[in-house]
Design a protein around this ligand. Structure first.
Ligand code: NAD
Length: 249
């Protein structure tokens, strides 16, 4: 079940948190994983750890997903290194938050989040789509967030993550005839460096609102992504799936 042997996957934001857990999971299921991140040193460490614990090949490469040319160079390098002209799986995971109440939010905070969390979807997916169409196979998984429903202090992030859902649903319809599935994930409150930056008082308040009474682990998100990446998820497309411990915003 969920055997990914022979599959080639790209995971962005692989140096930390959820992306790191996704990379571990896909590699442990047999996929060759190309890891992209702006933090190249951390990324190399993650790749080494995975190589030690699995028998899969892991390629760490710099990418700024918010920049189209960087995404293009990343894909060119990855395919050159692996001697291929396609990937089977793309996990658009890299993301940032720059929280502020709208009255205080700067254009830079808006712009940065739009680039990394939303433009990245276009920048990365554009690279892989032709190869997937040619091979009549593909799995694209886009990282949204429960915050897409609206969350105080996150006008930029909520807008970008809602955009991810519109993008996902449209692509799912356009690419279904090529046997490419496109789905979005909406994690709730997951224990990563992103959420560890939340002040302890606020963190406790959020946990109180989670029916399961605890934060989620990156591995619990990675498990869903592994399933959506597999042959077994062949008839699931255009979906938005939560990993939230029951949290409703
Ligand atoms: P994280 O900060 O631990 O990891 C994000 C990674 O993305 C980092 O390694 C960072 O260097 C990388 N990154 C940032 N900007 C980049 C860029 N321009 N190009 C390439 N890589 C870049 O965060 P995380 O919690 O693991 O989040 C992963 C994804 O999950 C994000 O899209 C985030 O919005 C989403 N998410 C997280 C939570 C949560 O509770 N942690 C909840 C909902 C959604």
């Amino acid at each position: 079940f969920c055997d990914l042997s022979g599959r080639i996957a790209i995971v962005t934001g692989g140096a930390s948190g959820i992306g790191r857990a996704i990379a571990f999971k896909l590699a442990s299921l047999g996929a060759t994983v190309v890891l992209g991140d702006v933090k190249l040193e951390e990324l190399k460490n993650v790749a080494n750890e995975i190589a030690q614990q699995t028998s899969s090949k892991v390629v760490p490469l710099y990418v700024n997903v918010g920049d189209f040319n960087s995404a293009k160079e990343f894909y060119q390098k990855a395919t050159e290194i692996l001697g291929i002209d396609y990937v089977d799986i793309l996990v658009n995971n890299a993301g940032i938050n720059r929280d502020a109440l709208f009255v205080k939010m700067t254009f830079e905070q808006w712009d940065e989040v739009m680039k990394v969390d939303l433009y990245s979807m276009f920048n990365m997916t554009k690279q892989v789509v032709d190869g997937m169409i040619r091979r009549n196979y593909g799995r694209i998984i886009n990282m949204s967030s429960m915050s897409w429903l609206g969350n105080i202090g996150q006008a930029n992030y909520s807008a970008a993550k809602a955009g991810v859902i519109g993008f996902t649903k449209t692509l799912a319809r356009e690419l279904a005839k090529y046997n490419i599935t496109v789905n979005a994930i909406t994690p709730g409150f997951i224990d990563t460096p992103m959420t560890r930056a939340v002040p302890e008082k606020v963190r406790q308040k959020i946990i109180e609102r989670i029916p399961m009474g605890r934060v989620g682990s990156p591995e619990e998100v990675a498990n869903l992504i592994a399933f959506l990446s597999s042959e077994e998820a062949s008839y699931i497309t255009g979906e938005v799936i939560g990993v939230t411990g029951g949290l409703v915003l």
